[in-house]
Ligand binder design. Structure first.
Ligand code: HEC
Length: 106
C-alpha cells in the first residue's frame, strides 16, 4: 500500500496534467460494475465483497482522484494482491473517475 502511494506520487509529478475531458458517468459506472464490483463496493452505502478492497466512495479520502486517473492510465494497479490487471482507454478512465467523483460529491 505504501509502495503504491509512493508510485502514485512519482507518477503525478512526472506526468503533465491529464486532459480535462468530462467523463461519461454512466459508461464509467457500467465499466466498474463489470470489472470492479466483484470485489469493491461501488455504491454509496454497499459493502465490498472482498474484505480488503476499499469502497470506491472512500478513495478520494486517501488521495486526489487525479492521482487515481493517472494510476489507471499507467496500469499501476497490477501490483495489488488479488486484483486483476486492468487497462482502459483514456475515455473509459475519464468515465470511471467521473463516476467515483460522483460518489464522493466532488
Ligand atoms: C479480484 C478482486 C478485485 C477486483 C476485481 C478489483 N479490485 Fe481493486 N482492490 C482489490 C483489493 C483486495 C484491494 C486492496 C489491496 C491492498 O490493500 O493492497 C484493492 C485496492 C484498490 C484500490 C486502492 C489502492 C490503494 O492503495 O488504496 C483502487 C483505487 C482499486 N482497487 C481500484 C480498482 C478498480 C478501478 C477496479 C476495476 C477496474 C478494481 N479495483 C477491481 C481487489 C480487486
Amino acid at each position: 500500500m505504501k509502495r503504491l502511494l509512493a508510485v502514485l506520487t512519482v507518477v503525478s509529478a512526472a506526468l503533465p496534467a491529464a486532459a480535462q475531458d468530462n467523463g461519461d458517468i454512466e459508461a464509467g459506472k457500467a465499466l466498474i460494475e463489470a470489472r470492479c464490483a466483484a470485489c469493491h463496493a461501488i455504491g454509496v452505502a454497499d459493502k465490498s465483497p472482498h474484505p480488503d478492497a476499499p469502497a470506491f466512495r472512500t478513495l478520494h479520502e486517501k488521495y486526489p482522484l487525479q492521482n487515481l486517473e493517472e494510476a489507471l492510465a499507467e496500469g499501476i494497479f497490477t501490483g495489488h494482491p488479488d486484483m486483476p490487471e486492468f487497462e482502459a482507454t483514456p475515455v473509459q478512465i475519464a468515465g470511471i473517475i467521473a463516476y467515483i467523483s460522483s460518489l464522493s460529491g466532488n
